[in-house]
Design a protein. Sequence first.
Length: 244
Amino acid sequence: MAIKLYNFAFGPYPQRLNIYLAEKKPTNVEVTLFDEPDRRADVPPAAITALTVTGSMPILKDEDGTVIGQSLAILEYLEDKAFGPDMLGAMPAARARTRQFVHMLDEALTFFGLWGRHGSPLGHGIVRTSQDVAEICAIRYFGQLRLIEKMIGGTEFIAGDRITVADCVAMATLQYAADFYAVPVPPECIKLQTWFEHFSTRPSAARPGYPEDKLARAQGLAAYSLSRRSNEVAPVVRTAWRLG
Ligand SMILES: N[C@@H](CCC(=O)N[C@@H](CS)C(=O)NCC(=O)O)C(=O)O
């Protein structure tokens, strides 16, 4: 019997786990990947989404009946229970350093997700959108990346000399921003950019396939956000991204 993980093949939260599992290679985790959500086709199956209150992916189910429905809690649980190399940190200080990055990156993704939802055609007609929210969240996203940049030392990986869950969360976030919405790592975040280029070459970070119709509408988020706003406010996003 194995720990079961239900997940999507793409998406910023699912991809945290996809990258993590490709790095950790545990032998006691069985993964089921679903295509993009389609309620009519029962994908992912209602029997799976009903396991948690949100029904979002990823979802973990262990053999004793334990169910976990948040990606960061799943990562921690797998660090406790999955076979494979330690990816959190051996000592309390190292673990705390990894978690600091993870929380900062999680906040960054929240800002980015809101920017994408409110600032791109993908959200239109699906959620109530606000150009102000889009701009505020774009600024907060870039600001958060600049803070993370300051926290990174001169190490090969985000939290130190060994790969940790922070690398998986960082890669899933920056890859989603770059590949799906065409928003690159800001050029002034040199350490983050160097790390991103380096980590992108790992097999675990292979670009996932995105649904073509959604990809087409998501691309060029920054340019699209700018073009929708009067010149009065657009410079704020322009400055935040150092667009010149
Ligand atoms: N905070 C959750 C977010 C998970 C999430 O939003 N997953 C998305 C995919 S990126 C999802 O399943 N969306 C479909 C849905 O909620 O029905 C986590 O960290 O696991």
